[in-house]
Design a binder for this molecule. Structure first.
Ligand SMILES: [Fe+2]
Length: 260
């Protein structure tokens, strides 16, 4: 049975592009997708150490909206990110693009839930890994959390993950959004929080998977190579039990001693 917090709708999607494509992508969104200046709802710049000029790290475009009474919550938004770091510096965005053959790559889909705490608990209890705690902005009308990547055991990181978000827009936020306030939909703190977390993961070489390899193997085994149409409710119930047992065992396991 689907719970109300599992009624997930797309909040935004994040696209990685190579630096040469970044300004071209901007022009394509403006010209082909018809995004006007008010439709550029976020842009974040940074001056990296040793660099004279600021570089744009990311911009977000609103490419459309559903003209329903709650239109501010049914918009189509893309965030575009380029590896803005100097060539001499590591960049997880560059690594993700290289691993996927370059050019452009969908990195994450942000899904909005009515109750992020409930969704997060549900997922944790089934062995899903998250790379951040639940991130809050100062106004506390936006909370976000980011999952691990969908990675096959033994394979390289895929650079593909999910964000889960809950927005509780009060009147003030709705007015900010209506007036084209750039900070209203994306926040520096949560953008930079995720950015740093992914950078740390990629530099350490330890990229958290969506589910642990052992849980992947256990799920794979429980499904026994059956075609999808032969996976019945009872099989899914058994798979869910494997996930819950795995998560419970992991939680009760004493933490590994810290390396000296
Ligand atoms: Fe996002």
């Amino acid at each position: 049975m689907k719970k109300s917090f599992q009624n997930l709708v797309v909040d935004h999607m994040t696209l990685l592009v190579e630096p040469r494509y970044y300004p071209v992508a901007y022009a394509l969104f403006r010209i082909v997708f018809g995004v006007d200046e008010a439709g550029i709802i976020y842009e974040k710049r940074k001056r990296w150490p040793g660099e004279a000029e600021e570089r744009s790290m990311t911009f977000a475009v609103k490419i459309g909206e559903n003209r329903s009474p709650r239109k501010t919550l049914s918009q189509s938004i893309f965030a575009v990110v380029q590896p803005s770091e100097p060539a001499s510096q590591s960049s997880h965005v560059r690594s993700m693009l290289e691993a996927r053959g370059g050019s452009a790559h969908w990195q994450h889909v942000a899904l909005r839930t009515s109750d992020l705490l409930a969704f997060h608990k549900h997922a944790i209890e089934r062995g899903v890994n998250f790379i951040t705690p639940i991130l809050k902005d100062d106004d506390e009308d936006l909370i976000q959390v980011f999952s691990g990547e969908w990675i096959m055991p033994g394979r390289k990181p895929s650079g593909l993950f999910f964000e889960f978000v809950q927005r509780n827009p009060g009147r003030a936020l709705l007015q900010k959004i209506a007036s084209g306030n750039r900070q209203a939909w994306f926040r520096d703190r949560t953008f930079l929080g995720l950015y740093q977390e992914k950078e740390t993961e990629y530099q350490s070489g330890k990229v958290t998977p969506f589910i642990d390899e052992d849980l992947f193997f256990a799920l794979e085994k429980s499904l026994a190579g059956r075609p999808l149409w032969e996976i019945k409710a009872a099989d899914l119930k058994a798979a869910e039990k494997i996930m819950k047992d795995y998560a419970a065992a992991k939680k009760s396991r004493p933490a590994a001693p810290a390396l000296a």
